[in-house]
Design a protein around this ligand. Structure first.
Ligand SMILES: [Zn+2]
Length: 268
């Protein structure tokens, strides 16, 4: 009886020991797996750490401490005022304008004042287009004062036309009989005369420069040093065609002459 009861005991002992071995193997395997997981976690942690230089780069830039240095003495350059020089002033007196006296009048009604005014306005436009300043003066302009003589253009020209006759033809230019600067006045006369002759194709009418021209009131009223002259554009009888139909040419001749004078040409 006892043997038969021992045998199952042995068998159960064997079964128990094999179960224990299996459990131990499983525990070893679990231990190994957990170790592996721990190793992987450590490697991942190491790789995820930011590198040192990256940390330095991310650090805020230290603000420099302001040092108490002397402020820079800024010396601004001395402003140099160079005013743009005004262009030369030309004075053109339109003969007989601004009053009741129309000057010479032809039987058909052609009036000297209409010729002189038109030519003066055209000459002004030409000179202004070339950059000059131009004053148009009336015959007895308030700017001309014989007692003050303070009106001082760079060139003064009074513009008139001769009487309505047919026995004479041509233009003439003259300066004041008593001039403070006769050489400059003569140069102005030459410049205007030669340019006007070229533009108008009119002859110079010699021998008819009267005392009225040489003592023209306008020349006695401008500044004594201001260059001045007077022109008679032509005779309203003989030179009528030119005086009526070629006024732009006449104005061009006047403007050219004055410009040559202002540019310093000897006009010889
Ligand atoms: Zn006149």
């Amino acid at each position: 009886m006892s043997r038969t009861t021992r045998k199952p005991r042995t068998k159960s002992r064997r079964t128990r020991s094999s179960r224990q071995g299996w459990l131990q193997g499983l525990a070893r395997l679990a231990l190994l797996a957990s170790g592996l997981v721990l190793l992987i976690a450590c490697v991942g942690l190491i790789l995820s750490l930011p590198r040192l230089d990256a940390v330095v780069a991310l650090a805020p830039t230290p603000t420099p401490t302001p040092t108490a240095t002397k402020p820079m003495l800024r010396i601004s350059p001395t402003p140099v005022f160079t005013p743009t020089p005004l262009p030369p002033l030309v004075a053109l007196l339109a003969g007989h304008s601004g009053g009741d006296d129309p000057g010479a009048v032809c039987p058909d009604g052609l009036r000297e004042v209409d010729i002189t005014t038109d030519v003066t306005v055209r000459a002004k436009a030409i000179l202004e287009a070339r950059g000059y300043r131009v004053d148009i003066l009336a015959e007895f302009d308030r700017r001309l004062d014989a007692t003050k003589r303070d009106y001082a253009p760079h060139a003064f020209l009074a513009i008139h036309a001769d009487s309505c006759v047919y026995y004479a033809s041509g233009y003439k230019v003259a300066r004041a009989a008593y001039s403070a600067s006769p050489q400059e006045d003569d140069r102005l006369v030459r410049c205007v005369s030669s340019s006007y002759a070229a533009a108008s194709q009119l002859p110079f009418h010699e021998g008819s420069i009267t005392n009225d021209m040489k003592h023209y009131h306008g020349l006695m009223k401008i500044h004594p040093r201001a260059p001045g002259a007077i022109i008679e554009l032509g005779f309203m009888g003989s030179d009528r065609e030119v005086l009526v139909n070629q006024r732009e040419q006449l104005a061009l001749g006047i403007a050219n002459g004055i410009e040559r004078f202002l540019q310093g040409s000897p006009c010889k």
